[in-house]
Design a protein around this ligand. Structure first.
Ligand code: UD1
Ligand code: CA
Length: 455
């Protein structure tokens, strides 16, 4: 039997106090809706229907890479009404699983039992037992402990309000039966809405078994209605990622102070210090250590690299055994070969640096190709920008660049060259010589320092 997943994502999310549709708010840098779509994909859904309403165009645009069927619910008349909108696209012989765009962390393993039950013709609910059930639909059971109905908080009598088993909202049912039940619900209730939950009473009346399964973890059923809910789920999700890394052999100095917004792949014996943030696709080789307060955005870092505290690395490649930082900034399209050293207050941009070269203090190297075993002295600047265009600086192997050198690009420094401190290089330098441009030093005798007036 095929599986159709219906994701409800039409709600406004008033309590987020945001211009952005709720389901586009992010957990770990990814819109919540995308987690739910990916869960549906993991369950091998034949088709995924997303019911959109508020901010629908924006939701569709941001989700354009996902192969889903968009269904509009122009007016939000309740969860039952929302599912009704998708049903014309679902064949009678399918199983239907209903998920929520603002409940991002449900795991496919917790949903599979619902799908199995629907495939057997039953109605299956995902329920949780909470200490405080305020606001949720309550699961009402009969004397034999069988599910009899769901009663919404606003419609519940006092004895029903005491029930702690709640409806997460997620459910699965055979499509033909679901279609029939949905045609029979009405809005005769406290909120004047078409409640999806009313299908439970109808199923019971039809003699259809209603199963209830709990998720493996209570938070799998948690939705996001506020920024507080969002922050709480963010920490839960980050905790899961940290746990997985540690299970895979990574040392995490403090799992509460690690953030991964993307995919982080680690080799053996990697060390991640506190307040490290990884964005996009990051790959760390064996034995890599990342110092505190460091941000790594879409980089490939080879084995044995030590990145010290307070570094920012973006869209770059770091070769084996490099040491970087503290306080280095590596901007996009940089490519370091093995054993390169970058020190404090060094900025690289689109710089290719060959093996064994060192740029240790206070330098800017941009739009550059640096050879092997080059030593770039403190305060060296590549003047790569003339106000209109960027130009290339090429530095040959084994060059020694004295401190406080400016290299006015485009310019080429031959191999083996020594550049004296304080030089402004404006012409290409042939191999193996000393280049120096310096005003001769003067000594003025009898010089009197100015004195403060009135003394
Ligand atoms: C719903 C359930 C309740 C359950 C709770 C779990 C019903 C009637 N009640 O209540 O039993 O305990 O969720 O959080 O189903 N939505 C639409 N279109 C609509 C209405 C809602 O897409 O017309 C979407 C919302 O965007 C939201 C979800 O459905 O993502 C739930 O809607 P909400 O109004 O929050 O339902 P609750 O009253 O919380
Ligand atoms: Ca809700």
């Amino acid at each position: 039997m095929g599986l159709h997943v219906v994701i409800l994502a039409a709600g406004k999310g008033t309590r987020m106090r945001s211009d952005k549709p709720k389901v586009l708010h992010e957990i770990a840098g990814k819109p919540m809706l995308h987690y739910v779509i990916e869960t549906a994909q993991a369950l091998h859904a034949d088709q995924i229907h997303v019911v959109h309403g508020h901010g629908g165009d924006q939701v569709k645009q941001v989700s354009a890479d996902y192969p889903v069927n968009w269904v509009e619910q122009a007016q939000q008349k309740g969860t039952g009404h929302a599912v009704q909108q998708a049903m014309p696209h679902v064949p009678d012989n399918a199983g239907v699983l209903v998920l929520y765009g603002d409940v991002p962390l449900t795991q496919s393993a917790s949903l599979q039992p619902l799908i199995d039950a629907a495939n057997e013709g039953d109605l299956a609910l995902l329920t949780s037992v909470l200490d405080d059930a305020t606001g949720y639909g309550r699961i009402v059971r009969n004397a034999n402990d069988l599910v009899r109905a769901i009663v919404e908080h606003k419609d519940a009598a006092d004895d029903e309000l005491a029930i702690r088993e709640i409806n997460t909202g997620m459910l699965a049912a055979p499509a033909g039966r679901l279609r029939d039940w949905l045609s029979r619900i009405n809005d005769d209730n406290a909120q004047g809405e078409l409640y999806l939950t009313d299908i439970v009473g109808l199923a019971v009346a039809d003699g259809v078994a209603v199963q209830a399964a709990h998720p493996q973890h209570a938070w799998e059923g948690d939705g996001v209605n506020s920024r507080q809910d969002q922050a709480r789920l963010e920490r839960i999700f980050q905790g899961l990622l940290a746990d997985q890394l540690m299970a895979d052999g990574v040392t995490v100095a403090d799992p509460a102070r690690l953030d991964i917004r993307g995919n982080l792949r680690c080799g053996r014996d990697v060390f991640l210090d506190v307040n490290t943030l990884f964005l996009g696709d990051v790959e760390l080789g064996d034995g890599v250590s990342i110092g505190p307060n460091t941000i790594i955005d879409n980089c490939r870092v080879a084995d044995g690299v030590h990145i010290r505290e307070n570094c920012v690395l973006e869209k770059s490649i770091i070769g084996k055994d490099c040491t970087i930082g503290p306080f280095s900034r590596v901007r996009p399209e940089s490519d370091l070969a093995a054993n390169v050293h970058l020190g404090n207050f060094v900025e690289l941009k689109k710089a290719k640096v060959a093996e064994g070269s060192k740029i240790n203090h206070l330098s800017y190297v941009g739009d550059s190709i640096v050879g092997r075993d080059v030593n770039i002295g403190a305060g060296t600047i590549t003047c790569n920008y003339d106000g209109a265009n960027k130009h290339l600086t090429e530095i040959g192997d084994d060059v020694f660049v004295g401190s406080d050198t400016q290299l006015v690009a485009p310019v080429k420094v031959g191999k083996g060259v020594t550049i004296g401190a304080g030089t402004t290089v404006t012409r290409d330098i042939p191999d193996d010589l000393l280049c120096i441009s310096r005003v001769p030093q003067k000594h003025i005798k009898g010089w009197q320092r100015p004195r403060k007036k009135g003394n």
